[in-house]
Design a protein around this ligand. Structure first.
Ligand code: 9G3
Length: 564
């Protein structure tokens, strides 16, 4: 393609709202343009990369035996009413009415649509297992769209759904797609981790997220420095430490602690460290109150607490509720003298404590020299705290480190949740109607593209892995007024295209500096510059990624580029 004809509107400055590299560079290099908040146009360079990314995804999905389909974006409200999500999904689900005032949702995901489709078409176990997928726009009315393509309101997703007679069959599909996802992200050159995740509102059991490591990621990953163990921080289990301290328990003492409210203030007042204090927090778990006790320096992990009770609903009790139930406010709570009907869940790290301190369930009073079992009952010890850096890795190998991650993929074992709700069933081998067991698998395609830029850029601009680069070669002619340079550039342009290279030829009437800046910005790996030595038949090759450069005679150019 001749750059003088191409729509590549590079910018000198970017809008101030673009505050991360991928958002700035995709705008500056003329890959995308914003239409509305969280809604983007893909310009030619962006579309070329998107198409290559989709090809990688299709190749890996097709290799698993999944079949590509295309489902509508317009989804009748009735389906979402049947699954109950018309009510539970708030403003994030974009809704509209057609000309007959019938209600529709703009597809945020397609569990309802695909379950109804397959439920109508497949009614014998002989047709299972079956996996279908699509690559399509999704709509989610994010409250705060930001970071360009990373959190948009219309974005591209590859979503796949698998249908099974048995959980063993689901496990097979899950593992096969798990491996396919690893190949997709490896082929994109991404530094990622597959992390154990929480199924959240989707229910079901096993689920993994694929996280691209990046400082601007919104999720925190806990990973081992000596194995491939990795989990979303809220999912990483903490191994109970067995050591019971040999300290001699001292007699329990109740003391007045005026103005000491926070854990630190209490610890300072009593002259001990945070680790020797106990923190008590009241939660409402479904319809009952639960007191959770952790070591003073630990944080309660509400996802673990929710999963421990397999609760539908969990939230912090208000101060008033706490006072009504226990008789004291937040700064004076403790597990001693707790009303019978309040369960006390203590984190494993509380068990070995001796002579610790805690609130006395009386405003302005605390206990010290508290020893669990002697001084208070624990309904159950459990792993209810957030894992921390330096904790032993749950798989027993190495210690835990934290990293920020961008979620680019998420795979779920759904079970029969959706098929039950939509009454989608098939006749099993005994001739009885059975609802499908399903898996669902998503890749954020536009988010993956932005994540590649996050990992592949420098001050001058972006540079793409060869698997995604918009063109194979970028030819730059430094002076369109010099005939021998124009002739040589045309010759190189024709030769390379004849050898089926994808070539972008910068034939614009622009100064050399502008051409070099733009070339660094749009990030095509292999650059061939036609300059002063054109009359000797020499061109200059430069690799955008490595910076390596050398003069090459035009007769060797094709074979040289083929070696790359
Ligand atoms: C909605 C809205 C937002 C949503 C969902 C539904 C996330 C929703 C979870 C999933 C699960 C899987 C298939 C591909 C892989 C992920 N945000 N999720 O269901 F209506 Cl507004 O999308 N879906």
């Amino acid at each position: 393609m001749r750059q003088s004809n191409m729509l590549i509107p590079t910018l000198r400055e970017v809008p101030k709202e673009a505050d991360i590299p991928s958002h700035q560079l995709l705008l500056k290099a003329g890959y995308i343009r914003k239409l509305a908040s969280g809604v983007y146009n893909f310009l030619p360079l962006g579309k070329r990369v998107l198409r290559k990314l989709e090809t990688i995804i299709r190749e890996e999905m097709d290799r698993t035996g999944a079949q590509e389909i295309q489902m509508p974006t317009l989804q009748p409200a009735e389906l979402w009413e049947a699954s109950g999500r018309w009510e539970t999904m708030g403003l994030e689900l974009m809704r509209l009415n057609d000309r007959h005032e019938r209600k529709f949702a703009l597809g945020a995901t397609h569990e309802e649509v695909v379950t109804s489709l397959i439920g109508d078409e497949i009614n014998s176990y002989k047709k299972l297992p079956l996996t279908v997928y699509q690559i399509q726009s999704k709509f989610r009315d994010e409250k705060r769209p930001r970071f360009g393509l990373l959190r948009g309101r219309e974005f591209l997703m590859k979503d796949a759904y698998s249908f099974h007679e048995t959980y063993e069959s689901l496990d097979e599909a899950y593992n096969r797609l798990f491996e396919a996802y690893k190949r997709v992200f490896e082929r994109c050159g991404l530094n990622f981790r597959a992390v154990i995740a929480d199924s959240g509102a989707m229910g079901g059991k096993d689920t993994h997220e694929f996280m691209v490591l990046s400082d601007i990621g919104e999720d925190t990953i806990a990973y081992s420095d000596q194995s491939d163990y990795a989990a979303n921080v809220e999912m990483a289990p903490v191994l109970p430490t067995q050591e019971k301290s040999e300290t001699e328990p001292k007699p329990l003492e109740k003391i007045e602690t005026p103005n000491a409210k926070t854990m630190q203030e209490v610890a300072d007042f009593l002259g001990h460290s945070l680790q020797e204090g106990m923190k008590a927090i009241m939660f409402k778990v479904d319809d009952r109150f639960v007191m959770v006790v952790t070591r003073g320096d630990h944080e309660v992990n509400d996802v673990k607490l929710k999963n421990l009770f397999d609760a539908k609903f969990i939230e912090l009790a208000t101060e008033q509720e706490t006072i009504d139930v226990v008789g004291a406010g937040f700064g004076s709570l403790g597990p001693i003298n707790v009303p019978e009907d309040v369960e006390v869940i203590a984190d494993y790290a509380v068990k070995p404590l001796v002579n610790a301190s805690c609130g006395a369930n009386e405003n302005g009073y605390h206990y010290r020299n508290v020893t669990p079992e002697r001084d208070f009952e624990v309904t159950q010890y459990a792993d209810v705290r957030f894992i921390e850096e330096g904790d032993p890795s749950p798989d027993g190998h190495g210690t835990i480190q934290f990293a920020k991650g961008i979620e680019v993929g998420h795979v779920f074992k759904l079970g029969s949740l959706y098929a039950d709700k939509l009454n989608a069933s098939f006749l099993n081998q005994e001739g009885r109607a059975q609802t499908y067991i399903m898996g669902c698998y998503g890749i954020g395609v536009s988010r993956t593209l932005a994540s590649v830029v996050e990992q592949f850029h420098d001050e001058q601009g972006m540079f793409w892995p060869d698997s995604l680069v918009p063109f194979d070669v970028h030819i730059i002619n430094l002076n369109m007024k010099k005939d021998e340079q124009v002739d040589l550039a045309e010759t190189v342009y024709t030769n390379l295209q004849e050898q089926s290279f994808d070539v972008l030829y910068d034939d614009r009437q622009e100064r050399a500096g502008v051409k070099f800046n733009d070339s660094d910005l749009i990030g095509i790996t292999h650059r061939v510059t036609i300059g002063k030595r054109a009359n000797e038949g020499y061109v200059e090759y430069k690799n955008r990624k490595t910076g390596e450069q050398q003069d090459i005679h035009v007769d060797e150019l094709v074979s040289f580029l083929k070696t790359l």
